[in-house]
Design a protein. Structure first.
Lengths: 258, 206
């Protein structure tokens, strides 16, 4: 049976790991990316997502040397994203060992880029990141291009394109640790038939129970909960398991890698 | 023992080499025919579409040398993900394409009757088939899959492990010196690295 995935997201500012609240400025420094990747590898997390969150704003590329050091710590799948503008950028990330690349800013104006990328590299490695911002009962696609884009009309158009996965983030809940936006997830899961990774709002195991009991998604990503609380990915998997969903609890039958 | 990891522009070679390095085996990433001939084991990784994979193997002039080494000289071969699919008779991604044809079967799109989400992505459980002794210790272990197409094998006795995602699919195949797996052992932490080690150690004495 396919297991529900719990995925730590590492957000990077070009120098170190940072954590945002509602995507706002003044992110808090939370540590050294390579050390953190090493810890997650030893904890057998299901997957890791590493995002350079200011690359597009600052019009720069991801630091490939840094990304490579992180990927080298990992014997699980890693998705890399930030500042991807063309096929060469994707190729560079795959060459250092990324299993998936995360597209965001580029596809707002040019969703056709999704198909160009998946034609060359296969849709399994093309993950699309969608950030939803709720204002007065309407969801908008969060962007830093000063555009007002209604989230669900964007999604209806986007589903025609050939990508392999979506990371769905509630901007309102990002870093607030007050629970997931269940309504958003329920609406999106009806529209898309690719795997969906839900992100934004994880604060304690009860939030995971609610998400997995009320929706049929199979993956969840989180960040603050791992930086600022005592909970480990394993604790959250036990919570997900308690509402009847399958998770991967690693028993060390074989000799550890590191 | 030297392992040739075939470079043909279909990604993922770095991760495979990293796992092999960790196990202490010598490997090279190569598309050089002499280096492939001089190797003791051939490993074909890869992600992407079947058609592009065959095109690239042809473009690099690798089809003949691979066939020669693996089918005729019986050099141990490990195919991973797309590298497993390409040894089928036929592929269908995105249209009908002839494969290497080393193990009989077709690579077809995953059709889930209950409309499970595609790709089949994440950690799923291996089931050992045909009372296979070599793979017995991997029964009920979770490994990482990511694919939208699957290998429909013609002969059930060549299937060593299967996986269930609404339908039962091939997870691993074996025919003589040919080992093939749909999942990514290099991304499956201890379980995957252990499986690679088990296959390679058999040939390490030379």
């Amino acid at each position: 049976m396919l297991k529900c995935r719990v995925i730590p997201i590492l957000t990077f500012n070009g120098f170190g790991l940072v954590k945002t609240k509602q995507f706002a400025g003044n992110p808090r420094m939370v540590g050294n990316a390579i050390q953190v990747a090493k810890v997650y590898n030893s904890r057998n997390v299901d997957e890791l997502v590493f995002l350079d969150i200011y690359a597009s704003d600052k019009n720069r590329k991801m630091n490939l040397q840094m990304a490579k050091l992180i990927v080298n710590q990992c014997f699980m799948p890693v998705a890399l994203g930030g500042g991807i503008k063309n096929l060469k950028d994707i190729e560079d990330l795959l060459a250092i060992g990324a299993d998936k690349v995360v597209l965001k800013s580029k596809i707002i104006d040019n969703p056709e880029f999704i198909n160009e990328a998946s034609y060359v590299y296969g849709n399994q490695c093309i993950t699309v990141s969608l950030d939803a911002f709720k204002k007065e009962d309407t969801y908008y696609l969060y962007n830093r291009l000063d555009k007002e884009i209604e989230f669900f009309s964007f999604l209806e158009n986007l589903k025609k394109y050939n990508f392999g996965e979506v990371i769905l983030t509630s901007v309102n809940n990002d870093g607030m640790m007050n629970g997931f936006d269940i309504e958003l997830v329920q609406r999106v899961e009806k529209i898309l038939n690719v795997p969906i990774v839900v992100s934004g709002g994880a604060g304690n195991p009860e939030h995971f129970k609610e998400l997995f009991a009320k929706t049929n998604i199979e993956a969840v990503a989180a960040s603050s909960i791992f930086h600022f609380t005592r909970y480990t990915p394993r604790d959250l998997k036990l919570a997900i398991q308690s509402v009847g969903k399958p998770v991967r609890l690693v028993e060390k039958d074989f000799i550890p890698i590191n | 023992m030297k392992i040739a990891i075939i470079k043909y522009g279909m990604g993922n070679v770095a991760s495979v080499k990293k796992a092999i390095d960790k196990l202490g085996f010598t490997s090279i990433i190569t598309n050089n025919i002499t280096e492939i001939k001089n190797s003791d084991v051939i490993l074909l990784p890869g992600v992407g579409s079947f058609k592009k994979g065959m095109e690239n193997l042809n473009k690099e002039n690798l089809v003949e040398v691979l066939k020669d080494e693996v089918l005729f000289k019986k050099k141990p071969f490990i195919g991973i993900c797309l590298g497993m699919q390409l040894i089928a008779t036929n592929g269908t991604e995105p249209e009908n394409v002839k494969g290497l044809g080393w193990i009989d079967g077709d690579v077809i799109k995953i059709e889930s009757p209950q409309k499970f989400r595609i790709p089949h992505l994440g950690w799923n459980t291996l089931k050992t088939k045909n009372n296979n002794n070599f793979y017995k210790e991997f029964n009920n272990k979770d490994v990482y899959f990511i694919h939208s197409y699957h290998f429909k094998a013609k002969y059930i006795q060549e299937v060593t492990m299967s996986v269930n995602y609404d339908i039962e699919m091939v997870a691993a195949l074996q025919k003589n010196n040919i080992y093939a797996m749909q999942f990514h052992p290099e991304k499956s932490q201890e379980v995957g690295v252990h499986l690679l080690n088990k296959i390679l150690t058999q040939y390490a004495k030379v």
